[in-house]
Design a protein around this ligand. Structure first.
Ligand code: HEM
Length: 233
C-alpha cells in the first residue's frame, strides 16, 4: 500500500477509535452525570452554575465529534447533506461548545497556565470556524477547507489531550505539571499536524477537482491531502 494511504488509514483509525472511546466514556453525562468521576470530583468545589454549563458543553462536543468525520471523510457525496452537517457543526461549536468551553476555562484545573491553554484553544477554534464560514461567502472553497480543517484539529485537542495526559501520567509527571502541559501540548501537536497536512497537499495536489488559481479560491495551488467532500459536488 502507498505510504500516504497507510498514513491516511492510520490517522482516521486513531481519530475514529478515540472519538468512540470519548463518546463511550462520556455516556454517563447523558444518563446520570453523577456517575462520571470528573463531574463528581468537581461539582462540590465549582460554582452552582458550573453543572448547567458543563453538560451542554459535553453534549455539543459530542455532536461536533460525530459530525467531524462525516464532513471530512469522503463518505457523503451530496453537497446538501454536507451543508446540513456543516450547519450542525457550526451551530454546535459556535453556539454552544465554544462559549461554554471558554466559560469553563476560567474554572479549569491546571492553574492560570492551564486555563490560558484552554482559552487559547477555544478562541483559536472560534476564529478558525468563523473564517471557514466567512470564506464561503465568496466561494473560496480551498480557504474554507483549510480553516475548517484547523477548526476540527482544535476540536480534536479534546482527544489528543487525553493521549498526552495518559503519557505524562505513565511517565510519572505530577498532576500539577501534567494537566496544564497536556492542555498546551495537545493544541500545539494538533496545529502542527494540520499545518503539515495543508502544506503537503499543496505540493501533492496543486489543482484539485480542476480548481484553477484564477478561480475565486484566493489561496491558489492548495488542497487538503485528505479527500474531503467538496461543497461544489
Ligand atoms: C469535540 C470537542 C470537545 C469535546 C468532545 C469536549 C468534551 C469535554 C468533556 C467530556 C469534558 C469533561 C471532562 C471529562 O469528563 O473528562 C470537558 C471539559 C472541559 N472542556 Fe471540553 N470538549 C471539547 C472541546 C473543548 C474546547 C475546544 C475547549 C476550549 C475552550 C474545551 C474546554 C473545556 C474545559 C475548560 C473543560 C473543563 C476542564 C476542567 O475543569 O479542568 N473543550 N470537555
Amino acid at each position: 500500500m502507498h505510504t500516504k494511504a497507510i498514513l491516511y488509514t492510520l490517522f482516521w483509525t486513531l481519530v475514529l477509535g478515540l472519538t468512540g472511546l470519548l463518546l463511550w466514556n462520556s455516556r454517563g453525562y447523558v444518563s446520570d452525570p453523577e456517575t462520571v468521576y470528573f463531574f463528581r470530583e468537581r461539582i462540590d468545589t465549582s460554582p452552582e452554575v458550573w453543572k448547567s454549563i458543563l453538560i451542554p458543553h459535553v453534549m455539543a462536543g459530542m455532536i461536533c465529534l460525530l459530525a467531524g468525520p462525516l464532513l471530512f471523510l469522503p463518505l457523503i457525496k451530496n453537497g446538501r447533506v454536507h451543508a446540513g452537517l456543516g450547519i450542525l457543526y457550526a451551530l454546535s461549536t459556535l453556539g454552544v461548545m465554544l462559549p461554554t468551553g471558554i466559560w469553563l476555562s476560567f474554572y479549569a484545573h491546571g492553574g492560570w497556565i492551564g486555563r490560558l491553554g484552554f482559552l487559547i484553544t477555544g478562541s483559536g477554534m472560534f476564529v478558525a470556524t468563523i473564517l471557514g464560514l466567512w470564506a464561503l461567502r465568496d466561494l473560496q472553497i480551498v480557504s474554507h477547507r483549510h480553516w475548517m480543517m484547523r477548526s476540527y484539529a482544535l476540536a480534536l485537542s479534546a482527544l489528543s489531550f487525553r493521549i498526552v495526559y495518559v503519557t505524562g501520567y505513565t511517565l510519572g509527571l505530577s498532576y500539577e505539571v501534567n494537566y496544564p502541559l497536556s492542555t498546551w501540548l495537545s493544541t500545539v501537536i494538533n496545529l502542527v499536524v494540520v499545518e503539515i497536512m495543508i502544506r503537503r497537499s499543496a505540493t501533492l495536489n496543486p489543482h484539485p477537482h480542476g480548481e484553477r488559481p484564477d478561480e475565486k479560491n484566493h489561496i491558489p495551488h492548495t488542497h487538503v491531502s485528505l479527500p474531503v467532500v467538496s461543497v461544489r459536488q
